[in-house]
Design a protein around this ligand. Structure first.
Ligand SMILES: [Zn+2]
Ligand SMILES: [Zn+2]
Length: 152
């Protein structure tokens, strides 16, 4: 993903879209997540007082493991970054900046969906697939029993 600074200088502003194959941006994160789609890039570059101002937007998809139910799912990932380059440059490579921006945009606590019910703390069943036999009884919390005694 290279931007020709000369072209920006000549045109004043330049908009371009490009596609980066996912394998060109290794995220190097342990275990996960993994980019599952090519990265679509939209770049806007502008010549302002002999500085080239670059704004880039990135869109892709990642496969993540839900932090509640541990199921793998695919979700959209978008990121953006700004860059300033002296107009004396001839070509600027946006690949490393793109990689950094995507890394920053990765969710810290990925969820398969916002209302994921997670796993039963007693039997480990994935509660998104239906209730388990434990029927929500929470033996590990003695205050529930106290509530029964005092408020009924
Ligand atoms: Zn989940
Ligand atoms: Zn259970």
């Amino acid at each position: 993903m290279k931007l020709n600074i000369r072209e920006v200088m000549e045109a004043g502003t330049l908009d371009l879209t490009d596609v980066i194959p996912a394998k060109d941006i290794p995220l190097d994160v342990m275990d996960q997540p993994v980019l599952t789609d090519q990265i679509r890039v939209q770049v806007h570059a502008e010549n302002v007082d002999d500085e080239i101002l670059i704004h880039a937007q990135l869109m892709s998809k990642i496969r993540v493991r839900c932090s509640r139910c541990l199921e793998e799912s695919t979700s959209p990932l978008s990121a953006e970054f700004d860059m300033e380059v002296p107009s004396s440059h001839i070509v600027v490579d946006l690949l490393e900046e793109s990689r950094q921006a995507l890394l920053l945009a990765l969710p810290a606590m990925p969820l398969c969906r916002s209302d994921c019910k997670g796993l039963c703390s007693q039997c480990g069943k994935n509660l998104n697939r239906g209730a388990c036999g434990c029927s929500g009884e929470r033996r590990e919390n003695p205050f529930d029993k106290l509530k029964d005694i005092y408020f009924h």
